[in-house]
Design a protein around this ligand. Sequence first.
Ligand SMILES: [Zn+2]
Ligand SMILES: [Zn+2]
Length: 233
Amino acid sequence: MEMENPIRKEIEALVEAGNLRGLLDKAGELHGHLCNYLSYGVIAGYVAVRELGVKSTGMEKVIAIVETNNCFSDGIQMVTGCSFGNNALIYRDFGKTAVTVAKRDGTAMRIALDPDFEDSREKDYPEAYELWNKIVARREKATQEEHKRLMKLFEKMSINELNKPVDKIFRIKRMKIAMPEYAPIFASVRCSICGENIMETKARVKDGKPVCRDCAEGAHYVLDGSGISAKDT
Ligand SMILES: [Zn+2]
Ligand SMILES: [Zn+2]
């Protein structure tokens, strides 16, 4: 029996009830809008936690390895409880709408958006995609009305997509994976230049004193809209 986790009881209850619509609304609180890729993340997260029989306590008992930084990942984070901040979310910068959810014993499933299904979306929702291409992809000027219409169309699409058969939306593979170690806990040291505390393992040494990477090199890795890259500060 899984332990009750009162912190996530609302989400656990929605999973228990198979209430995808409710889960989509919860994911929307994090994501800021409803869209079809958020729905796919919600469904994938739901399928994984149901099949693996896992509940998150935010302690890396269950992990999710996402392969994209698009809307899909927010559905995954909300439903599985594997997040950026609790170290249970691992990001592989492949640019694929896919996730592998795994338990501590390595039992896992990879759920990837089916390419034929994905490519056929535009045909099913022509108006939504036409507006999206105009306003989001080409960043063309749009009226308030068009913006509102876009949000409305995507909201409707996201809700409608919840009813599609799971085996049409995804390619699903069950597997065993080698689990990563629990995230290690490190002491902090103080940067001798800016005076801020840094995780010990991230510190550099300059003139025999610890400094942060920012002060030492003026460079850092960043996850932004384009994925992970090295950037100058
Ligand atoms: Zn979205
Ligand atoms: Zn510093």
